[in-house]
Design a protein around this ligand. Structure first.
Ligand code: GLN
Length: 285
């Protein structure tokens, strides 16, 4: 696309190009998001000023963003952020893009901690820090630990905590509980990798561009969940809770794992699409 072109014309052309990519089913929306980003404006600006000509500089910037999207790069990585819990999170290909359904974990932790002011909570595999930062933003008096195996992910999580003024999160690098040795918490929460290695979803859409270590696990996606559940007891105070996000068909197996590990009050909660999404349990007093 070159020469003089209006906002409206650019959007039409971009949407047409995007519609040829089978993975993308939000052509018009993506076109608007990308152009608004290039213009540093809200999307409403595009609707208000469809006849405005794009400057060469904006046109070049918008075309560059479009090229990235046309090869399948996720919108969140192109923009460099994604909203979660109404907060803006920096995201890069070092971290999973926060999903709306993961807000269930945040809500559950807030509900279960009740009026407790000094709840000690650990978020295992924090990635962008979405869960830890969302909880910290609601409960500044909690003592939150956020861990990740990836140092690059932890750097992003630290930035996100800083940009939302969360001073009550400490970050630790290591494999699941390895970095907290003998410590015990009131709540263990995690959105671990749970897609089965080799699952065809990993070859489609945004997932292709996301860190595989954050998405996929051996043993039909259950390896990390199994490790977390089996190690959790040692890291929970009596009466403490565990909440794990998982795949659509894993709730029954995870309930069995939790039950075998001595957890009670087991509960599976579905997301808005009515898919089993988190399973939770409690350690007896
Ligand atoms: N829910 C994600 C997806 O399949 C996977 C996230 C995860 O593995 N923790 O899109």
């Amino acid at each position: 696309m070159s020469g003089t072109i209006t906002i409206y014309q650019w959007l039409m052309q971009a949407a047409r190009q995007l519609s040829r990519v089978s993975e993308i089913d939000t052509h018009q929306l993506d076109a608007k998001i990308l152009l608004a980003h290039a213009l540093h404006k809200e999307m409403s600006y595009l609707i208000t000023w469809p006849e405005k000509n794009l400057t060469d500089k904006i046109l070049a910037a918008a075309n560059l963003l479009l090229q990235r999207r046309l090869v399948g790069e996720p919108i969140a990585y192109i923009l460099g952020y994604r909203e979660f819990w109404s907060l803006k999170f920096k995201v890069t290909p070092d971290v999973l893009i926060p999903r709306p359904e993961t807000e269930l974990l945040v809500q559950w932790c807030l509900d279960k901690s009740g009026d407790s002011k000094d709840c000690e909570l650990i978020d295992l595999g924090t990635g962008s820090g979405a869960i830890a930062v969302a909880i910290a933003s609601e409960r500044p008096s909690f003592k939150i630990t956020a861990t990740d195996y990836s140092k690059d992910a932890l750097n992003i999580a630290r930035e996100n905590a800083k940009s939302h003024n969360c001073l009550n999160i400490r970050f630790k690098q290591g494999y699941w509980f390895d970095c907290v040795e003998d410590e015990q918490f009131d709540i263990i929460v995690s959105n671990p990798p749970y897609v089965a290695v080799g699952d065809e979803h990993l070859t489609r859409g945004d997932l292709v561009h996301e860190p595989i270590a954050a998405l996929a696990a051996e043993q039909k996606g259950l390896e990390d969940i199994q490790h977390i559940v089996n190690s959790a007891r040692k890291h929970l105070k009596p009466g403490g809770y565990i909440a794990i996000e998982h795949g659509y068909d894993q709730a029954a197996t995870i309930s069995l794992l939790m039950s075998a590990a001595g957890f009670v009050e087991l509960e599976t909660i579905s997301d808005l699409a009515n898919i089993d999404r988190i399973t939770t349990g409690r350690l007896e007093f």
